[in-house]
Design a protein around this ligand. Structure first.
Ligand SMILES: C=C(O[C@@H]1C=C(C(=O)O)C=C[C@H]1O)C(=O)O
Length: 176
């Protein structure tokens, strides 16, 4: 069973980014199409990835439409920190065929996923979806004060192998 945080994101009301009219402060970050890792690194002195969880699960039914893969998938959950401020909670789902075809994805550890995938020559990103979340249901109380949060997700394809990346933008990211 995926973590409480993962389940909450899976069940969020995801909608195409175009259906939202966002304040500039949020849209400037949520609609960033280049690597978030690269952008964060350019905005702080010390960037790090905290690996929370990496485990194989049966692909959740909520993802069968956006990840046309059957069988197990690796759930990867991380927090991205800038100068010791938690700025992003990210949750990625990597189907087993993707891990087998793009082997480095299975050994990332605390290396940023974005540093690898944005270097891949055959990277395709599908359109962004957004969702509004309640931080009290996210289960990250120790790093995120009670606040309404925005999240985004998109499917990447590396050499036609899909993976889903979801990112929750914590309050600490917007001043960067
Ligand atoms: C997709 C990217 O990778 C970032 C790093 C992640 C990780 O290490 O698991 C997950 C999502 C992103 O916030 C990116 O940099 O845009």
């Amino acid at each position: 069973m995926p973590t409480e945080t993962a389940t909450y994101l899976l069940n969020a009301h995801w909608q195409a980014a175009a259906s939202y009219r966002l304040p500039t402060a949020q849209s400037d970050w949520l609609l960033e199409t280049d690597s978030l890792t690269a952008r964060l690194k350019s905005r702080c002195q010390h960037f790090r990835v905290q690996l929370l969880h990496e485990q194989l699960y049966p692909l959740p039914a909520q993802l069968h439409q956006c990840l046309p893969a059957s069988g197990p998938a690796m759930l990867r959950e991380v927090v991205l920190w800038c100068d010791e401020v938690a700025v992003i909670y990210a949750q990625s789902w990597l189907p087993q065929p993707t891990l087998q075809t793009v082997a480095p994805l299975a050994q990332l550890g605390e290396q940023p996923l974005g540093e690898f995938i944005f270097r891949h020559p055959a990277l395709v990103r599908q359109p962004l979806q957004l969702a509004q979340l309640d931080s009290r249901q996210l289960g990250l109380g120790d790093i995120c004060p009670p606040a309404p949060l925005w999240a985004r997700r998109s499917v990447f394809q590396l050499a036609e192998q899909p993976l889903l990346v979801a990112e929750v933008f914590l309050p600490g990211v917007y001043p960067l």
